[in-house]
Design a protein around this ligand. Structure first.
Ligand code: PHE
Ligand code: FE
Length: 290
């Protein structure tokens, strides 16, 4: 995702579009080992939990070759499959820069990897979250189009001062989305698939609400960045998500301007309820499964 607000230009050493060379040769053996630990446990956990598009994408990217992926290799596959590329940045980039990249089918990834004592949690997205979490879905043609459309929509939303509403859509789909399938709920959100604990919590825990995705409802719902989600929104298909966002959001933004937020744990009479959560985890103070 991206950092908020004003920026005076890229940091020293970065290009005008905030990208840097991945400098793959500079990763240390310890850094590659952190990737391998994270990769091994998520690859074992996700069959039967992540959606088919994600698992297919993971295969297509050949990440099992081991170590932190080299973007030159990933991009050869991505380019062939959907015309996307992953580019490195020193950290979070400003919203307008982030959207510009998405609109041109470039996904911005952090270059750094977390330390060995941060395997389970860190707030700033690192290369494991960005590449393992996000890039497999970019091999799916429908999701690939959704992400590009989101980048274009982001630029429009910024111009209208509506970014906080659109950011919720990103959060509840790209980062924390669930997909309904005949075999049961599956994960497609990058924030979930890159987290061992949330890959379990999001599907199995009785605490969170799981509600049918409805575009405007989702954009009225705040989210938390520091703990497991209290509500997940479930889409019927990736195509349905793309279709719902193809409309012009201008009338939606006009309505949202006057609409109150919906409490994060609320269930409305109009919601399609898949799980009425106990909210026990949040009520006990959360703190990531402790
Ligand atoms: N259709 C949206 C608009 O008119 C753009 C958008 C597309 C936003 C896809 C999010 C996702 O602004
Ligand atoms: Fe992310």
């Amino acid at each position: 995702m991206s950092a908020d607000g004003f920026h005076g230009g890229p940091p020293p050493g970065a290009a005008a579009d905030w990208t840097i060379d991945q400098n793959w040769d500079a990763y240390t053996a310890d850094e590659h080992a952190v990737w391998d630990v994270l990769y091994a446990r998520q690859a074992a956990l996700l069959p039967g939990r992540a959606c088919d598009a994600f698992l297919r994408g993971l295969d297509a990217l050949n990440l099992q070759r081991g170590g932190i992926p080299d973007f030159r290799q990933i991009n050869a596959d991505l380019e062939r499959l959907t015309g996307w590329a992953v580019v490195a940045a020193p950290g979070l980039v400003p919203d307008d820069v982030f959207f510009e990249h998405l609109a041109n089918r470039r996904f911005v990834s952090g270059q750094f990897i977390r330390k060995a004592d941060q395997l389970d949690y860190l707030q700033e997205p690192d290369i494991f979250h960005d590449v393992f979490g996000h890039v497999p879905m970019l091999t799916d043609p429908v999701f690939a189009d959704y992400m590009q459309a989101y980048g274009e929509g982001g630029r429009r939303a910024m111009g209208r001062g509506q970014l906080h509403n659109l950011a919720r859509l990103y959060w509840y789909t790209v980062e924390f989305g669930l997909l309904d399938t005949p075999e049961g709920l599956r994960i497609y959100g990058a924030g979930i698939v890159s987290s061992r604990a949330e890959s379990i919590f999001a599907l199995d825990d009785p605490s969170p609400n799981r509600l049918g995705f409805e575009l405007e409802r989702t954009m009225r719902t705040p989210y938390r960045i520091d703990d497991f989600q209290q509500v997940y929104f479930v889409i019927p298909s990736l195509q349905a998500l793309l279709d719902a966002t193809l409309q012009d959001f201008a009338p939606i933004y006009a309505r949202l301007d006057g609409a109150a937020d919906i409490a994060i744990d609320a269930i409305l009479p109009t919601d399609r309820v898949l799980t009425r959560g106990t909210q026990a985890y949040a009520a006990a103070g959360g703190r990531l499964g402790g």
